[in-house]
Design a protein around this ligand. Sequence first.
Ligand SMILES: Nc1ncnc2c1ncn2[C@@H]1O[C@H](COP(=O)(O)OP(=O)(O)OP(=O)(O)O)[C@@H](O)[C@H]1O
Length: 263
Amino acid sequence: MLSITSVSKTFFPGTPNERVALDDISLDLATGEFTTVIGSNGAGKSTLLNIVAGRITPDRGSVVVDGEDVTRLPDYRRARHLGRVFQDPLAGTAPDMTIEENLAIAYARGKRRGLRLGVTRDKRELFRRELASLELGLENRLRLKVGLLSGGQRQALSLLMATFSEPKILLLDEHTAALDPQRADLITRLTAEAVERHHLTTLMVTHNMDQALRVGTRLIMMHEGRVVVDISGERKRSATVQDLLRAFEQVKGAELDDRTLLQ
Ligand SMILES: Nc1ncnc2c1ncn2[C@@H]1O[C@H](COP(=O)(O)OP(=O)(O)OP(=O)(O)O)[C@@H](O)[C@H]1O
């Protein structure tokens, strides 16, 4: 469903501020594959997501979504195939609009013109059912302004908005990092449920190794713009935080030109 092939990105090339963000990365995600992405600060995780989203164009390489080469397609032209949730709960929703208006905008994404916006009775029922699945009581507060919700509630709504139109790719950029542990656990659970229910091909960046191991079907660790660990299936299920820390120490200690892939 998602093929990233030999993608490289350097910011400010040829200047003293030159930063290699991605260094010849290749990654193939099958439909429904849920990949968690960990790595140190500056490893290139956000840049990878931005390249998939079309916010950043790679210097080299290609991005193919469901057979379509989108490498040079601007972000607004791929938005209907993508769902994205950011770290900041304020980023994914419009605070001055009501819950149902926000949902109507998300619902219209990916639909043909003419089927857009406006909250009909059918849609309201659909929104109510979807909101009920969050178990936060929001289904009875459809006309509440989103700005009045807590961070956790807003993030749950952002997640619902990003997933219920069944995008081809779901991008989660540390979307639980700004929440308290209890809310973070709730959003993590809702994420796993939504991905499973809609069979979404997902990339989830997190700094929480435990979370990266608990959810998803595959885990990659990035370092200095490269994928240095890539595990799935039983290897992922049996891996521990200690294993990841050990692998990270090994990579950090390796020579810069050592391209050994740890598996
Ligand atoms: N827009 C930009 N302009 C210049 N340099 C950038 C830009 N975005 C990222 N970089 C640089 O590219 C490298 C990778 O950054 P990126 O944000 O992708 O890392 P990350 O793994 O998401 O880090 P973090 O965990 O700290 O968010 C870093 O050296 C960063 O300084």
